[in-house]
Ligand binder design. Sequence first.
Ligand code: NAP
Length: 303
Amino acid sequence: MTWHILGAGSLGSLWAARLARRGLPVRLVLRDRPRLAAYEAVGGLTLVEQGTERHYPIPAELPSSAGPISRLLVACKAYDAESAVQPLLPRLAPGAELILLQNGLGSQDAVALRLPHARCVLASSTEGAFREADFRVVFAGHGFTWLGDPRQPAAPAWLDDLEQAGIPHGWTPDILSRLWRKLALNCAINPLTVLYGCRNGGLAEHPAEVSVLCAELAELLQRCGQPDAAEGLHEEVLRVIQATAANYSSMYQDVANGRRTEISYLLGHACASAARHRLSLPHLDSLHDRLRAHLAQRGLPVT
Ligand code: NAP
C-alpha cells in the first residue's frame, strides 16, 4: 500500500526518504503547481545524514491528482494540518488511515473531526531534522516516535513498514499522555527561552519561574485527566534544561528566523484547556500574554 506524504518539509522528507530507500511505495503530495514544478526541477528529495547526502527521486503529485489515498502521513505544521488535509478528503478510500505528526495538541482533533470514518493515528516524535534548502533536509538528531490511537488500541499492520524502514518507533495505548507530557515540557521551557533570548541552559538562572510554571502545568494535567503526564514534571524539566543546556529551543529558532510558531497548539492550548476547566493558572496566562506581545512586536502571528 502506498504511503502518501502530505508536506515535504523536515519530518515529511525524513520519513519519505527512509521508506522509499527500502523499496516501499511513497508519493509526496505538494501544496500547488509551483511547488510541484520546483520539486520536479530538482528531481527529488535530498537527505543529508552524518555529512553524507543521498538523492531520492520520489514521485510527487498535487492534492487534486487522481487516485485514492489509503494511508496518509500528515507532515505539515500544526497550524496547516487541517487546511492541508481538506482538499484530500474526496480521495480518501474507505478505511483510510492518517498518521498525524504534529507537535502539541488541538490540530489532531481538528483533523479528526473532518474525518469521522477514517482512523487517525497520533504521533509524538523526538527525531530532529531541518530544511537546509527546499527539498533538502538534514537528519540532525536521532530519536524515537511514539504512535497510538486513543479510539482504537490495536496496533496497525503497517508498523512493519516502519520497522523495515528503520524508523525507531513504539505503539502505545496512551499516546495522549505522551503528547500532553511533551506539551507541558515545551510550555515550561520554550516560551521562556524566547522571552529571555537564551539557550535552554539559560533557564537555570530562573529557577523560581520554572518551578511555578511546572506546578501550574501539573495541576492542569491532573484536571485534564492526565495524572501520569503530571508525575515528576518539574524534575524532568530541570533534567531537560541541563541535558540540552547548549541548545536553542525550536520556538526560539522559529522566532529568531522570523517563522511562525506553533504557540496555539502548545501554550495556547494549555491556557485554553485551563479556561475550559475553569482552572485559574495566572503564571501560565501571563506567560502566554508576554509571549504573544513578544511575537506581535516582531510582526509574527500570535496564534
Ligand atoms: P516543516 O519543515 O515546516 O514542513 C512542513 C511542510 O508542510 C512544508 O514542506 C510545507 O510546504 C508543507 N505544507 C504546508 N501546508 C501544506 C499544504 N496545504 N499542502 C501540502 N503541503 C503543505 O515542518 P516540520 O519541521 O517537518 O514539522 C512538522 C511537524 O512535526 C510540526 O508540528 C513540528 O512541530 C513537528 N516536529 C518536527 C520536528 C523536526 O525536527 N523538524 C521534530 C518533532 C516534531 P512548503 O514547503 O510548500 O512550505
